[in-house]
Design a protein around this ligand. Sequence first.
Ligand code: BDP
Length: 597
Amino acid sequence: MLYPQRNVCRDLVDCSGLWRFRADPDGVGFTEGWSTGFESDMVCAVPGSWNEQLQEYGLMNYVGGAWYQMDIFVPVHFAGRTVRLRVGSADFQAKVWVNGTLVAENDILSLPFEAMVEDHIAPGNKARIVIWVSNALWPDAITPSVTLDTYVREERIRDEQFPATRPDFFPFGGIQRPVLLEAMNAVHIDDLTVTTEIDGTTGVVSAEAAVSAPDGTLFRVSLPGGEVAETAVWSGNAMVTLRIGNCRFWSMTDPHLHALKAELWQASLLADQYELNIGVREVKVVGKRLYLNGEPVFLRGFGKHEDFPVHGRAVNQPLMVKDFGLMKWIGANSFRTSHYPYAEDILDYADRTGVLVISELPSVNLDFRIVSDATLDHHRRTLDRQIARDKNHPSVIMWSVANEPGYLGEAEYKSDKTHAYWKAVCDHTRALDVTRPITMANVGRIGHDDPAFHYVDVISINRYYGWYDMPGQLDRAGARLKAELDAIAADHDKPIMVLEFGADTVAGLHSTTDQLFTEEYQADFIETYCRIIEAHPNAIGTHVWNFADFRTSQHHRRVVLNLKGVFTRTRDPKRAAFKLREMWAVPYRDPAAGEGK
Ligand code: BDP
């Protein structure tokens, strides 16, 4: 899935801006024909979440459908060309009409979708784009819905969150990434898959294309160093391999990108061109270690969120640049896109800056009492889309296929059905991408005999001893954490990653003794975990929960925000940030490395 671009063969129109907006809690828009256009005084900025933006219009906690409309001028030179409409994300479900014709429907969370629209537009005129978006989830989604009834039925009324959501982050709604119109020739590259290998000092780059082009069209790939390879298209496909001598490999310290140029030629006519920044690197799990270009790596970093005042979950480039600056300042080398795929801008920037990314699917708190074939189908289709979108990023080193399934500790989780589910999900992931390891974030309530551990390459656990359990008692918490790491290591010869651990902290609250919510406690909590994890021979990383405070649904255990950030929501450092900076200035030392000396 290629991000639209502007070059000698392609052009694009960015439809960002103020779209006409209308909430539709009762779904009347469908019967009243809003898909051809509707009246409203209200606007919503795209990209943007509607919640904080339209708080004063009653939209803060709104869960349901809403309509967006924009009349966009289609340039004259789009005439006679193939035109692709691409919605970067519209959470969580959407339908799109162009000049009254339904062109796309989407139920894949937080990922792009597209439609070819040249038959529905008249270049030189405006085109009306209408998008219906709903931030309501459904029971079979890979992040299942909950309602007030769920809490009542389960006799957990004190767990009710408003808006009702199981995940511990706000269900922001809206068109949160750009809407783009891209023009290209009828003969064009639909997709490119680039994989890289290291052969001594040589970089081996394979570029495989899916194309709309007749057999015999020339597919040509070149690199800035002068390497070129070409082949004839056959049956909509083409593949070439290039070798880069004395290659500068992509790494954390030298994130070198090569601007790969893929082209389609019909005789002497250039029909299409696409430029892709690639990094030559190899990721592998061998035994209990993770390797980048043959060197073991220890991941130090965070689970994050796309979350900021007013913008909500929308792509926010100044914030992105700031966050990467803070990660560099603190000494982090990696983050996880908890708990959904992030905007492409963020992955591009990670490619440029050498930050490693665990790319997580938008699957949170799967409930194995209600998981169905439809859930597995949704999981597989999401994998298809996410891997199609993110496969060419050198920064993406691992897929996390879910966060905290079995969250309620339901008995159904430890069953053959769950084994079959994770086997199917991991098999599907490997069928799509053999070049990256797979992980999944296990929840404390399921403990360390999680069926998924048998199918993933890296075992990941989220743990909160010293917070939800054993509050204020870091000695007990640390002993428990160590015992659990040992128990997992005894059962599985695989790397272990601690993907979440953290403590809510009110910036400015202090205490001389261990006290929840204080800055000192958060710093001590994180230090205790980091020391235990780094000393464990199976551990390959610590990701603190969370990088910054973030908005949640309303619940008595959250003071507007989840306060586990080491930075506040507006990015001021808490004491733990300085503690991490001090600890992460000291290089990781592999406890197994000294053995036998
Ligand atoms: C974990 C979840 C994460 C929460 C965190 C917490 O994966 O989304 O925000 O706990 O409780 O269970 O802070």
